[in-house]
Write a protein that binds this ligand. Structure first.
Ligand code: 0X9
Ligand code: ZN
Length: 336
């Protein structure tokens, strides 16, 4: 008699941790039903694979703090073959409430899967939500909760938890509970560690295959490049030549989406953000986009605007794909 109840309790605790009792699990507000929750993200990637089996391969990067799969998809011709070709990585939704970014990553997957000619000779990886626990928490009561962090204790800001210049410069908080809490150490969040392990695994025969990267956020309509931890334009590992590649690419992308191009620290200094780690530790050309805002609290773009808000970034992602064989080529340089 008691067993089913105990089982149900165990399952619920397993899903939600031992924190406050949750209200009934719901979903996006009805008017935003077009947005994808975690289950729908997985389903969408699986459906894409069914439709384009040679082009799409979903996989898990590992588990979130609460045990959800951090889903990714590879999009490429002959997708099951591990070719020596330039790769691009697009990640979305590090910050829980920035749901429009998940739709951005899903659009990238759908668009390149359905039009293989756009990515000839390339492999594209998308991660629609790096923060599935935070996303589900944000929508669990049926009205948005303005969640930013992950669900580890009081919550770690995933975009302050990366390993280059972690906690160096006052661009994050050391107080648990703060919105920009950087965690107990670099990669203390399982979500950042999972992405890190994936990126590291793409270094094959001493060469990092991923050459171009965008981390999508909202809001502010910005195209940003490194470094984030310092206001200096050039700094260790980022030369004047590198900066020319960044400013040229960043400005061309901004031309296409109408955003404002700038160095990330011009917005404000952050430390331990993903771009600085991708660039300094991996030599991956790394950008952060702030997409549009909306709704009363700024972050919640009405579902009616998903199409227009994401479409503007077709041009910028295509530009990165085009130069993925040699990103400096955009500034007239050659690669060896
Ligand atoms: O603070 C962040 O992590 C990003 N902005 S958001 O409002 N979406 O939280 C910006 C990250 C880019 N880095 C810097 N601006 N330094
Ligand atoms: Zn953000």
């Amino acid at each position: 008699m008691f067993k089913p109840l105990i089982l149900a309790t165990t399952v619920l605790l397993g899903l939600f941790g031992t924190g406050t009792a949750q209200a009934a699990v719901r979903d996006f507000p009805t008017s935003d039903a077009a947005y994808h929750n975690h289950a729908e993200i997985t389903q969408t990637l699986n459906d894409l694979q069914t439709k384009y089996p040679t082009m799409v391969k979903p996989f898990s990067l590992g588990k979130s703090f609460q045990g959800r799969d951090i889903m990714a998809a590879k999009i490429s011709a002959d997708v099951t073959v591990d070719k020596d070709q330039p790769e691009l990585l697009f990640i979305c939704n590090q910050h829980a409430r920035e749901h429009i970014t998940t739709e951005m990553c899903l659009r990238i997957a759908q668009r390149y899967a359905s039009t293989p000619s756009l990515i000839t000779g390339r492999a594209v990886y998308v991660v629609p939500t790096v923060n599935p626990d935070g996303k589900e928490y944000d929508i669990a009561t049926g009205s948005y909760r303005m969640k930013r962090t992950n669900m580890q204790g009081a919550g770690t800001d995933l975009n302050r938890n990366w390993g280059y210049q972690w906690a160096c410069c006052g661009g994050s908080s050391s107080s648990p509970g703060d919105e920009t809490y950087h965690g107990t150490g670099a990669f203390s969040a399982p979500e950042t560690a999972a992405v890190k392990n994936f990126v590291t695994s793409r270094k094959i025969g001493g060469k990092q295959r991923i050459t171009q990267f965008i981390d999508f956020h909202n809001y502010g309509q910005l195209v940003m490049w490194p470094y984030s931890y310092t206001q200096a334009d050039t700094a260790p590992g980022l030369t004047a030549e590198d900066l020319l590649v960044y400013t040229t690419t960043g400005r061309q992308m901004a031309q296409k989406n109408g955003y404002t191009p700038e160095q990330a620290s011009d917005l404000y200094i952050t430390d331990g953000d993903v771009m600085d780690w991708m660039w300094h530790d991996n030599h991956i050309y790394a950008y952060a986009f702030e997409m549009i805002g909306g709704g009363a609290n700024g972050f919640y773009v009405p579902a009616s605007q998903i199409e227009s808000a994401t479409r503007v970034n077709d041009g910028p992602t295509d530009l990165l794909v085009q130069y993925a064989d040699c990103p400096p080529r955009i500034a007239g340089k050659t690669c060896t």
